[in-house]
Design a protein around this ligand. Structure first.
Ligand SMILES: [Zn+2]
Length: 453
């Protein structure tokens, strides 16, 4: 083990400059900046690590890169591990809030600062260097494939088409998802699924023009209509009132309830970090149970009329709201949309329009699959610290299409090299090089274990 740690440490002389060069290459999908150059860069990294890359561009959007590494002569030819990464990053704005240049990849106090360092250029470099190390020291213990897309930060619109068209290419026995981080307790956080998404837009039109508000004596008001419509969908105790909304929500199985209990939730810390003014809406229940297993309905924004300085007496002609519902396994975004539509009609809001802006199904790996425990055990060994596993993240990502096209029994676990203050999507995004090094060791140990079992 000490020899291995030493090998990983030596690998950094290659891995760190490579990570810096990769982070210095902007690849902002939303702004169409640097995408072809980044594809070329990734292909070169794959080739340098000893793999074969194929750029797929037959399904539109930014290309998807397929990479393949063969198991060595002593490796297990029958086992294939799939890594999911993306080469695009979020826009760096607001630029004046960065204390280091977002594409400078400067290193200060053991941290590398760059847009995309934690999400998830660091992870790709970790994985490729773990592969290089294994290839140079006895050969790869298993086959490895990569799916590296270029549209994750804009919602992965083309990904399902690529998975559908090239399912045979990406077929694998298990999958490591894009990223992960240590929490504020310095525990390694692993996640084996994600929640789904039903993102809704509501519109209410009351007139062709804004009116003098004296007309409030006789004319109905679009903003009030929308507020009443929204209020009809959730009560003051945060119970969602849309008929059938909870029909497909299964209670968490006993083993997950037990996991939830075993993972302490520091409400006070959260309260201080976020400056929360109200108690958590979970009451006496364990918040983990809700984060993992309860669907949500969140008003993300409401807009109508005048909200500028001072007063303006106006009766707005229209109002809109954006609402997201985080879904749990077996709920479907299209079905939720239909139920919301029916609810509005039944409550007399036939004039309130609703449409689905984006929908995604939840995904949860079978936690009893040996691969899940293998990722946990090897993480503990590599990081020498506590490892906490969540059955799914409270957030959303394009995990379901992987199951849909590669098999719904595909175990998927997310892990990476971030830390609790990595600030993904925000100014001063960073990773700590010590975590980066441990993450390489984790991937080395995992591929070895995976090849043996
Ligand atoms: Zn990401």
């Amino acid at each position: 083990m000490d020899v291995l740690r030493e090998l990983v440490h030596r690998q950094l002389t290659e891995a760190v400059p490579q990570l810096q060069r990769y982070c210095q290459q902007p690849s902002i999908a939303a702004q169409h900046i640097g995408m072809p150059e980044t594809v070329e860069f990734v292909v070169k990294m794959v080739t340098k690590a000893g793999g074969k890359a194929q750029v797929l561009d037959d399904c539109g959007g930014n290309p998807v890169i397929y990479a393949e590494f063969q198991a060595g002569v002593n490796g297990n030819q029958d086992k294939t591990l799939l890594f999911y990464n993306h080469y695009d990053v979020q826009p760096p704005e607001p630029l004046d809030e960065w204390t280091k240049p977002p594409f400078g990849a400067e290193i200060h106090d053991g941290k590398l600062y760059a847009r995309g360092a934690a999400d998830n250029k660091g992870e790709l470099v970790v994985r490729l260097n773990a592969i290089s190390l294994l290839m140079e020291n006895g050969g790869l213990p298993c086959n490895v494939k990569f799916l590296i897309e270029g549209e994750e930060e804009i919602g992965s619109p083309s990904l399902p088409a690529y998975l559908a068209a090239h399912a045979d290419l990406f077929r694998a026995d298990a999958c490591i998802w894009e990223f992960g981080s240590k929490n504020a307790e310095e525990q390694v956080q692993l996640v084996a699924g994600i929640k789904g998404m039903c993102y809704l837009q509501f519109w209410c039109h009351g007139a062709d023009v804004d009116l003098h508000s004296s007309n409030g004596a006789i004319v109905d008001n679009a903003a009030w209509r929308l507020v009443h419509a929204l209020a009809s969908m959730k009560d003051a105790n945060n119970r969602i009132l849309v008929d059938g909304f909870y029909d497909d929500v299964a209670p968490l199985p006993p083993e997950l309830l037990q996991m939830a209990e075993e993972q302490p939730f520091d409400e006070e810390k959260l309260r201080q970090q976020l400056g929360l003014r109200r108690p958590l809406i979970t009451g006496d229940e364990n918040p983990n149970i809700h984060l993992w297993g309860a669907p949500t309905m969140t008003i993300c924004g409401i807009e109508s009329g005048y909200t500028g300085e001072g007063s303006k007496t106006v009766l707005p002609r229209r109002a809109q709201a954006k609402v997201d519902c985080r879904l749990v396994p077996d709920q479907s975004p299209e079905d939720i949309l239909a139920k919301v539509r029916k609810h509005l009609d039944l409550h007399g809001f036939t004039d309130v329009e609703v449409s689905l802006l984006n929908g995604e199904h939840a995904y949860r790996s079978d936690l009893s699959h040996p691969f899940v425990q293998m990722v946990v055990d090897t993480a503990r060994e590599a990081y020498q610290t506590d490892v906490v596993l969540a059955p799914n993240s409270a957030g959303t990502g394009p995990m379901y299409p992987f199951g849909e096209y590669l098999g719904l029994d595909l175990p998927i676990v997310s892990t990476g090299c971030g830390w609790w203050n990595s600030r993904a999507h925000a100014p001063d995004e960073s990773i700590r090089l010590a975590d980066f090094e441990q993450a390489i060791l984790h991937m080395v140990l995992l591929m070895r274990e995976f090849g043996e079992h």
